[in-house]
Ligand binder design. Structure first.
Ligand SMILES: CNc1nc2cc(C(N)=O)ccc2[nH]1
Length: 375
C-alpha cells in the first residue's frame, strides 16, 4: 500500500539524540526538526496563508475538537477539506481532540468505548469514539492525523495512567482499523504513560506493534515541571523507531525546542508565539519583550535587530507599542507575524547547526543571548 508519509533520517548528531530528517507528505516536503504553527480553527490567528508561505511555514496544525463543533467537518469536506477551505497548499496535521475534550469540554464521561462531553461553546452533547474521530479527521483531510487518545492530567495516579494508557492503545488499534484514507493521510499513534517510565516503555512498544508511520509523545506539557518533562522525553524516544518521526505535542517555547531536539524529537507545535503576540509580547534573540512597556515608547529600533522578517525590516518598537496600546488590530498582526517567523527561523538555525555538527554549541550560544544562562 502506498504510504502518504515518508521519513528519511539524514543525519544523527554525534553528541546528543538530535536528528536532521526529511518528511515527505502529499502537500510538500518538510525539513525536520520542524516547528508547526497552530491554526486551531483553520487559521493561524491573524495570519493569511500567503504570509505563512512567505515566512517558510511548511506544515500547520488544526484542532479536530474545535472544527467538529464549528463549522463542522461536513462543511469543510464539501469545501475540499481543510486545504480547500483555508486555501492552504502546504501540509496540515490534525490532532484527535483527546486533549481538548479533557481541557476544554464540560461534563465529560469516559468509557472504554469513548468520551461523551458537552460543547464548551453551547453546551450541546457530543461523543467521540475512535471510529467517529477518524471519520472527522478523514473529512478534514489533513496529511497527518492523530489517533484518538486520552491525555491524563498531571499529577495522576499510576492506576489511572495505566488504565488510560491501555485504553489509548486499544483506541489506536480501533483508529487504524477504521481509517478510511490510509493512502492519503498518515495516522500517528500517541505514546502516553504519564510520569511512569515503565508505562511509557509499554505504551511505546505496544504502539510499535501496531506499526504507525510516526509516533506522537503525548501527556506532556500538562503542568509537570520542565525537568520532569525532559526526563520522560529522554527515556521515551529511544524506544521509538529511529527511522520514524517523533512528534512532541503542544511543545514549546524556544528552550523546549532545544531540549526536545536534544532528546530526539523531530516535530513540535505550540500556541506560544501567536498567544503571547496577542498580548503584545514578542520573542527576540535577547529574550521576550513586552511591547506595552514604557521603555519602548521612543525606541526606534526594530523588534529584533537580528531578525530578517518583514516586520523587523519595516516597523519600529515605538510604532508597534503604539498600535498595541491603541488596541489597533495591525499591532497583533505584526507581533504574531514576527513571533511565528522567529520560531520558524530558530528551527531553521537548529537544523543548520545539526548539519554543521554544532547543535550543542549553538544551543549554548542561543541560551546565553536569550537569557537562559545554562552556566
Ligand atoms: C500544551 N500542552 C499540550 N500537551 C498536550 C498533550 C496532548 C496529548 N494528546 O497527549 C495533546 C496536546 C497537548 N498540548
Amino acid at each position: 500500500m502506498a504510504q502518504p508519509i515518508r521519513f528519511e533520517l539524514l543525519r544523527r548528531d554525534g553528541h546528543s539524540q538530535a536528528r536532521r530528517g526529511r518528511l515527505t507528505t502529499p502537500h510538500g516536503v518538510i525539513e525536520t526538526p520542524v516547528f508547526m504553527p497552530v491554526g486551531t480553527q483553520a487559521t493561524v490567528k491573524t495570519m493569511a496563508p500567503w504570509e505563512l508561505k512567505e515566512i517558510g511555514a511548511g506544515i500547520i496544525l488544526s484542532n479536530t475538537y474545535h472544527l467538529h463543533l464549528r463549522p463542522g467537518e461536513q462543511l469543510i469536506d464539501r469545501a475540499g477539506g481543510l486545504h480547500g477551505f483555508m486555501n492552504w497548499d502546504g501540509a496540515v496535521l490534525t490532532d484527535s481532540g483527546g486533549f481538548q475534550v479533557f481541557s476544554l469540554a464540560d461534563l465529560r464521561k469516559i468509557t472504554d468505548d469513548g468520551v461523551s462531553f458537552r460543547s464548551h461553546l453551547d453546551g450541546s452533547s457530543h461523543s467521540f469514539t475512535p471510529e467517529s474521530v477518524m471519520a472527522i479527521e478523514n473529512a478534514l483531510g489533513a496529511d497527518i492525523i492523530m489517533a484518538f487518545d486520552e491525555c491524563p492530567p498531571y499529577p495522576a495516579t499510576r492506576a489511572y495512567v495505566e488504565t488510560s494508557l491501555r485504553r489509548t492503545v486499544d483506541w489506536a488499534q480501533r483508529c487504524k482499523a477504521s481509517h478510511q484514507r490510509p493512502e492519503e493521510q498518515g495516522l500517528f499513534g500517541i505514546v502516553q504513560g504519564g510520569e511512569f517510565l515503565d508505562l511509557r516503555k509499554e505504551a511505546a512498544l505496544r504502539l510499535i506493534d501496531l506499526d504507525f508511520p510516526g509516533y506522537a509523545i503525548g501527556g506532556l506539557s500538562v503542568g509537570e515541571p520542565k525537568p520532569l518533562m525532559y526526563d520522560i522525553l529522554a527515556y521515551t524516544t529511544p524506544w521509538l523507531p529511529v527511522d520514524k518521526p517523533r512528534y512532541l505535542m503542544g511543545v514549546g517555547s524556544p528552550d523546549d525546542l532545544f531540549e526536545g531536539v536534544e532528546r530526539g524529537v523531530d516535530m513540535f507545535d505550540c500556541v506560544l508565539p501567536t498567544r503571547i503576540a496577542r498580548n503584545g509580547t514578542v520573542l527576540t534573540s535577547e529574550g521576550k519583550r513586552v511591547m506595552k512597556n514604557a521603555r519602548y515608547s521612543d525606541d526606534f529600533l526594530p523588534l529584533d535587530p537580528d531578525c530578517d522578517c518583514r516586520v523587523c525590516k519595516t516597523f519600529s518598537r515605538a510604532y508597534i507599542r503604539h498600535l498595541i496600546k491603541a488596541d489597533e488590530v495591525l499591532g497583533i498582526r505584526l507581533t504574531s507575524y514576527h513571533n511565528v517567523y522567529f520560531m520558524l527561523d530558530l528551527m531553521k538555525r537548529i537544523r543548520q547547526s545539526i548539519e554543521a555538527d554544532r547543535f550543542l554549541g549553538y544551543k549554548q550560544e542561543f541560551y546565553e543571548r536569550y537569557g537562559y544562562n545554562e552556566k
